[in-house]
Design a protein around this ligand. Structure first.
Ligand SMILES: *Cc1c(COP(=O)(O)O)cnc(C)c1O
Length: 391
């Protein structure tokens, strides 16, 4: 397989080099409060059939990957939910079962290997929590030094994880967008590889592996895929994976991928309607998809529109209900941003054929944010002193 970069704005092709993160021409037009300009996509040329090896479709040799079991997450067949909804071909891809309990491991895994291939030992990034704890965990397995800029509002579990993995963590007095800018300035001065989502092309490329795994396991592409979206990097990776398989002739249809956003943090949705990213401050209970300026916004919208995919929105109440329903009916406890995809499926299911093969991607484990999860349940109010109180 031969790999190169292609600019997603001007189509210019480049050799893959570690110091090249964005298209030099298009990034020159970068404005402060807008998504990243000149995002580079990995282009591949070669041949494959359905017996392909996932790692062979990535632009870094196998020997550089850390010894940590990222990906190959289980594809659940949730029987109760299948019976209740009538969707007998519904699957849930449980990416909360990655080593650091989120989908972000797919990106960290490839970035770590890419840095290793180039002899770089420090990786720097901004994160709402999961990307940081993920890079910290994968970096620990790879023996790399990880520096993270984290908004002070990040859930405690994600901070604890990053510290346990031994990362160097800076708490930022502001939101993710500020942490993002700080991390870019830091790596400009201090060097190392920047793993900011979208900005580093390997983050999107690494995330495509989920689509490759789903296709291998089903023996064909599904009809519909639901995944939550904040920066738009995961949804772009999901579409990119199927796009590669289409190009290689491994599959012959592109699934309709639904990017599911929170109603109150819906920058991608709004930009798709209005044609511009306004940077309006947003909020949602699903912290992992709470983003004012989606860093991969231009690229995500381009892929979504080119491949007839969709963007839909659900409320925070829908998300909390979906979280509890998935946990109590399937036994799969997902963080709010993970349950957002299932909430999207629930809101859209009346428009889908019941025979369709549907995959809902759960992107993070429920224990990552117990404070939010508490809002969807009723905890026991008082402790009992005597068993007779309940008999
Ligand atoms: C990062 C993340 C998302 C959203 O991914 P984007 O690339 O920001 O759109 C969704 N769910 C979880 C659990 C995440 O950590």
């Amino acid at each position: 397989m031969k790999f190169s970069y292609v600019c997603t704005e001007c189509d210019k092709v480049f050799d893959i080099r570690q110091e090249l993160m964005v298209c030099p021409d298009c990034s020159a037009r970068q404005k402060a409060d807008e998504p990243v300009r000149g995002i580079l996509e990995v282009k591949l040329e070669g041949e494959a059939d359905i017996s392909f090896d996932v790692l062979d479709l990535l632009p870094v040799d196998k020997k550089y990957f850390a010894s940590i079991p990222v990906g190959n997450t289980p594809l659940w067949k949730p029987e109760n939910i299948r019976n209740q909804t009538g969707f007998s071909n519904l699957y849930i891809k449980d990416d909360g079962l990655n080593p650091t309990f989120s989908f972000k491991d797919r990106a960290s895994f490839l970035v770590s290997a890419f840095a290793k291939m180039h002899g770089i030992n420090e990786i720097v990034l901004a994160s709402t929590g999961n990307a940081g704890s993920s890079m910290a965990g994968v970096g620990a397995a790879a023996g790399q030094d990880i520096t993270i800029f984290l908004p002070e509002t990040a859930p405690e579990a994600k901070l604890v994880q990053a510290m346990q993995y031994g990362a160097n963590v800076y708490k930022v007095a502001g939101n993710y967008d500020l942490a993002y800018d700080f991390s870019l300035e830091y790596s400009k001065v201090k060097g190392g590889m920047n793993r900011n989502t979208g900005y580093n092309p390997m983050t999107i490329e690494g995330k495509k592996t989920v689509s490759l795994e789903i296709t291998k396991e089903l023996g064909e592409a599904p009809h519909y895929v639901f995944v939550s979206a904040g920066d738009g990097c995961i949804v772009a990776g999901v579409i990119k994976g199927f796009k590669d398989l289409l190009q290689l002739g491994v599959i012959d249809n592109m699934p309709v991928v639904y990017a599911v956003q929170a109603e109150t943090s819906d920058a991608l949705y709004r930009a798709n309607e209005t044609g511009r990213f306004d940077g309006r401050p947003t909020h949602t209970i699903a912290d992992s998809i709470c983003v004012d300026i989606p860093r991969n916004g231009y690229h995500a919208l381009k892929l979504i529109n080119e491949h007839d995919c969709r963007i839909i929105r659900v409320s925070d109440d829908d998300i909390l209900r979906a979280q509890h329903e998935m946990a109590s009916k399937a036994g799969l406890f997902s963080e709010p941003a993970g349950a957002t995809a299932y909430a999207g499926f629930k809101s859209e299911m009346e428009n889908l054929s019941k025979d369709a093969k549907v995959v809902v991607i759960s992107t993070g484990n429920g224990l990552k944010d117990v404070v939010s999860a508490m809002k969807g349940i009723k905890a026991p109010e008082k402790s009992i002193k005597n068993i007779n109180e309940v008999l």
